[in-house]
Ligand binder design. Structure first.
Ligand SMILES: [Zn+2]
Length: 195
């Protein structure tokens, strides 16, 4: 599987599988973050999920996906799977992905995007306050996993695929901009501790 085919599939999963769930979740007062798990072998979808913090503040998109994955009786070995997060995982989710046995994850938006574009500064604030880490201060490749931004896959794609991927990237960003406006306008009414 080459990198542009992987980038295309990850963007398709965000657009077609995660975003519809997140639209419903945000309408219920949840944050905009989602996640999915795919098979490495054929990039087929195992599960897609979205943030469900109104039920439990630990149900970030990633942890909620892992919870639902472990509710499946017949599930693949995590080493055979790709973990996808719409937004760079927070410290809890970085650890959750690690404890769940994954050796990789990919994400669309960065921690800085969460802070600057989505007014969710908690990821970077927790890394700084609890771990004394500046933005980008954790090991993106380590003994447990390798992580990568989807944008890095797009950046090295050849033309004309690169232009197509960038158009899809822009379409997804636009969809999240609208969802973020919806979440931010209603968040004072929810009971999420770090909203
Ligand atoms: Zn998280």
């Amino acid at each position: 599987m080459n990198r542009q085919a992987l980038a295309r599939r990850l963007l398709d999963v965000i657009e077609n599988d995660i975003l519809p769930l997140t639209k419903k979740g945000v309408a219920d007062g949840n944050k905009i973050f989602g996640a999915a798990i795919l098979r490495k072998s054929d990039l087929s979808l195992v599960i897609a999920e979205t943030n469900n913090e109104t039920e439990n503040p630990l149900w970030h998109g990633e942890v909620h996906a892992l919870k639902r994955f472990h509710e499946q009786a017949d599930r693949p070995d995590p080493k055979e799977l790709i973990f996808l997060s719409t937004h760079e995982p927070c410290s809890m989710c970085l650890s959750a992905i690690t404890w769940a046995g994954f050796d990789n994850f990919y994400y669309f938006f960065t921690h800085e995007d969460s802070r600057d574009a989505f007014a969710i500064p908690h990821d970077l604030k927790i890394l700084k306050e609890v771990f004394r880490l500046e933005p980008g201060g954790y090991a993106k490749t380590n003994a447990f996993w390798r992580s990568a931004a989807i944008g890095d896959l797009i950046a090295v794609a050849p033309e004309p695929e690169k232009t197509e991927l960038k158009a899809q990237d822009a379409r997804i960003r636009h969809a999240y901009d609208r969802l973020s406006e919806s979440y931010q306008s209603g968040k004072n009414d929810n009971s999420i501790p770090l909203n």
